[in-house]
Write a protein that binds this ligand. Sequence first.
Ligand code: S3P
Length: 187
Amino acid sequence: MNSYRLQKFKDSMYLCGFMASGKSTLGKALAEKLEREYRDLDEVIVEREGKSIRAIFDEHGEHYFREKEWEYLLDLTRNFKGVVSLGGGALQNQRIVDHLKVNGLLLFVDTPLEQITDRVLQSNERPILFNKDGKIKSRDTLFTELKALYSGREKFYKQAQVAIKTPLFSSVEEMTEAAIEKITRHV
Ligand code: S3P
């Protein structure tokens, strides 16, 4: 199933896409199938900062989180070869997009915003879910905010060399196979 060229491809693959789009699930499955090592940038940040993402946002603010996110991502691009899932806001500017594309293959996990909104509501962990007073936002408010955020970010996601649509109800196995097929055309 895996082409010879794909087996020979030893650069990193970076999964970008909006929050809760399934980057980590797909990234892990891809790494396993391709027998590559795997890292989740959010997990690296949590480990190295010694606190949850929500606590980092609450205690230090988003600007600090974004600085750390870029610092640890840069470190991964220099010292790690494998599959990396990024946080939804990791593509902060054009320089980062260019850096990732020069250092590996950028994949965009493209998931409908309705599905993303449901997942953000279910998981209880992403800072955008909460108002300043700590209360959970309504679905309508959350959807409107996510949509605005997405429209500012999609220009970066869309520059990925490979886009993988994640249809409703598709299994991880099916998504992984579809991703491998698309990646194979690019390596
Ligand atoms: C964020 C996405 C999150 C995490 C943080 C901020 C964002 O990662 O980095 O909550 O701004 O889109 P996921 O994309 O893994 O949810």
